[in-house]
Design a protein around this ligand. Structure first.
Ligand SMILES: CSC[C@H]1O[C@H](OP(=O)(O)O)[C@H](O)[C@@H]1O
Ligand SMILES: Nc1ncnc2[nH]cnc12
Length: 294
């Protein structure tokens, strides 16, 4: 008989989302990680009776820039907190004329152009290769789409998010290149976050909230933080409404993920048990706990 999972919903709040209102029994708690410091304490609580754990990606007060985020610690602490699925809520620029500010994109693909970040929990001493061919969980995407329809949100199911290193916004030539590649939106944070969630066997989905047209659009000024923040304030209320609609749908006890997100490491570790570095194995106790001692 297959195991029944009591879902715990992890919410990663991006720019403009530093708290979740409506959360009952709220407590901020620090969770230790062998991967270093996470962006902030975790906010534990319940929405409609469903256990939720919120992490402000850049920390309260938006202190940590995209390249300095400890993505490994952020995913590790969520896994240690018992999270089973992650909804990433992120501000993005639009690279697609049909996606103006205020639109939401239920992302299904990424192009990872980041180069200055730790991208894996696996290192010398324990090597693993997971598949990220389909980097987001389609089950979470289905729920996001149903909820978006239910609350009348302007949204697009599916879309490619280009992840740039930042912190500067793109040049016009870069923006046009990414458009030519068929990308829909651009941001600085969802990689390696999505890759690490996959390594940690967590279902993950991105709700990208369009704040600007980056710098390619002839009828719009180049993006500024001021413009992003203004639109983000309006988007934040829509994001909170979407979360409120999604969480009850995700909260029911369920079986294993049909897409296999929760078994991503099943055949991924290449280094035989007796050859693994014990110190690294110890650090992997949460993210790879299901398989690391096999
Ligand atoms: C404040 S504009 C640029 C900033 O916003 C996005 O952050 P997040 O994905 O955490 O919402 C973008 O990726 C940049 O980090
Ligand atoms: N145009 C843009 N480029 C990168 N990250 C963003 N976040 C919000 N808008 C952005």
């Amino acid at each position: 008989m297959s195991e029944t999972i009591e879902p715990v919903i992890g919410l990663i709040g991006g720019s403009g989302l530093y708290d979740i209102d409506g959360l009952e029994d709220r407590t901020w708690k620090r969770v230790e990680s062998p991967w270093g410091e996470a962006s902030d304490e975790l906010l534990f609580g319940r929405l409609a009776g469903v256990k939720c754990v919120f992490l402000p990606r850049h920390g309260r007060g938006h202190r940590v820039p995209p390249s300095a985020l400890n993505y490994r610690a952020n995913i590790d602490v969520l896994k240690r907190a018992g999270v089973t699925e992650i909804l990433s809520l992120s501000a993005v620029g639009s690279l697609n004329g049909d996606l103006p500010p205020g639109h939401f994109v239920i992302v299904d693909q990424f192009i990872d152009r980041t180069f200055a970040r730790q991208k894996s929990f696996f290192e010398t001493g324990c090597v693993a290769h997971v598949s990220v061919a389909h980097p987001v969980c389609p089950r979470l995407g289905d729920v996001a789409e149903t909820a978006a329809r239910q609350i009348g949100l302007k949204h697009k199911r599916g879309g490619t998010y280009l992840v740039m290193e930042g912190p500067q916004f793109s040049t016009k030539a870069e923006s046009e290149l990414y458009r030519a590649w068929g990308c829909d939106v651009i941001g600085m944070t969802n990689m390696p976050e999505a890759k690490l969630a996959r390594e940690a066997e967590l279902c993950y989905a991105t709700i990208a909230m369009v704040t600007d047209f980056d710098c390619w659009h002839p009828d719009h000024d180049a993006v500024t933080v001021d413009a992003v923040v203004k639109v983000m304030h309006a988007n934040a209320d829509r994001a909170k409404a979407l979360v409120k609609a999604m969480v009850p749908m995700l909260g029911a006890p369920r079986g294993a993920c049909p897409a296999g997100c929760d078994r991503a490491l099943e055949y991924a570790i290449v280094t035989p048990k007796e050859m693994r570095d014990p110190a690294l194995v110890a650090k992997l106790d949460a993210v790879a706990g299901r398989v690391i001692h096999r």
